[in-house]
Design a protein around this ligand. Sequence first.
Ligand SMILES: Cc1cc2nc3c(=O)[nH]c(=O)nc-3n(C[C@H](O)[C@H](O)[C@H](O)COP(=O)(O)OP(=O)(O)OC[C@H]3O[C@@H](n4cnc5c(N)ncnc54)[C@H](O)[C@@H]3O)c2cc1C
Length: 463
Amino acid sequence: MDTRKYDVVVVGGGSAGIAAAVAAARNGAKTCLVEAGPMIGGELLTGMTIDGALNARGEWVVGGVVNDLLKECREMGGFIERLNDFRLIQYVAYDPEILKIAIAQVVYDCGVDVLLYTFADDVVKSGDRIEGVVVRNKNGRTLLSAKIFIDCSGDADLCLMGGAQMLPHDDDGPPQPVSMMFRMAGVENQPLLSFVRDHPEYLAVGESETIRAGRTDAQLAQAIYDQGQPCIFLKGDGPFLAPAIERGELHRTALIMMQPTSAARKEVCINTTRVSLSDPTRPEALSAALRSLVGQVRQCASFLQKNVPGFENASLSGLAPRVGIRETRRIVGDYVLTRDDVFEARKRDDGVAKGCHHIDIHQDGTGQIRIPVRDGGSYDIPIGSLLPKGLANVAVAGRCLSADRAAHGSARVMGGCMAMGQAAGTLAALAVNQNHRAEMRAVGIMRLRGVLRDQGAVLDGVA
Ligand SMILES: Cc1cc2nc3c(=O)[nH]c(=O)nc-3n(C[C@H](O)[C@H](O)[C@H](O)COP(=O)(O)OP(=O)(O)OC[C@H]3O[C@@H](n4cnc5c(N)ncnc54)[C@H](O)[C@@H]3O)c2cc1C
């Protein structure tokens, strides 16, 4: 088998993986990023907004790599702006086609070796260390050896292959449903915004006191109108969607959420479809779900064209490149982030990233749990949530972090995933530079936090 040697190998090129690879390479580690698909960026490429980068009060809680990506995107005219749906959160909207270019630019510019079309298939282990990951692609099998491995596969594939423990799935319902994001172009803003301003009862707005700030639903609908962007959350149990679901004109859903992706194309990204699976890591189940999901896309697009002002001449313009997976495996780390950590906006001396998204658990059919972080603030994600117990030279970042189910429902969004990725990649490089065996747990937390701060990460304050 061919062998290649690196300091750091990152498995998975989604939001966490790109940030991890960039951070490791920038801090001097020879880094390889392995991605099973044909493109890097993961869910960042579907058009959904970046949640978890701004808290509900509008303060940035994530910096560093995310800023570099948005800067590139802005230079190419693909950064829309920070927006508020006046429901629970503030978020960042951008053009995903332009972000594809920005991501590739930033990742390649810092010298990461990117290996697309390549699946991490097995590991070679010695004691509590992974010595190499066996990857498979059209060349056959290759052994990538490294001092440190970062699992950003979303599904904790590497940790599982390395024998790490996974947290049990609680018995409060199946994993969050899988979805197919899609985009529609040619949407006329003015009639759409007038429609929502005139029907506040159709919307989910003011679900946290911070966002509501004493305003009525009508005033919040007016604020959406005044913002001038198609930033709209139609609620599944409201008087507009519920009867349509009842009549069978629309699939059963908690929401039709639309967010802008391009003013030039008059385009919005739509989050609404859902299929509940008992285990979204199973390819057979995911493959079968695709059929229902594309049916829902078709039905929803037609529903919008017939019933929502502004969509009369709109057309489907993009489909996510894959079925979107919200929730699968979570590792058992040195620390398990808890619901109370999130809800209470807890700060910690060993925090290496921040989260601020509400506890957001999509359920089957029309259900969705949404619990805001206290006072619209942020909480700290400690380094221990990124270090799997029992593996000395592996870190994780992204949605497979060590967190209970509720905390995962918050930390899984892309702002936090990128912040975790930056933390894991920086830690890996510091460990490689610091000692022969690259002991990550021997890197001082103050040193790690210092380097992260110097490189733009937000670690302090933000309520
Ligand atoms: C439908 C949907 C809507 C969402 N809405 C939002 C939103 O509006 N805003 C927001 O911020 N977040 C949203 N989220 C959550 C967020 O997008 C994800 O939780 C986040 O992107 C996860 O990032 P990640 O890097 O951990 O994993 P992923 O983005 O899943 O990336 C993992 C990558 O690893 C690769 N990979 C997996 N296994 C292997 C392997 N064995 N070998 C090689 N490569 C591998 C995959 O191909 C993939 O590219 C949504 C998620 C979904 C599914």
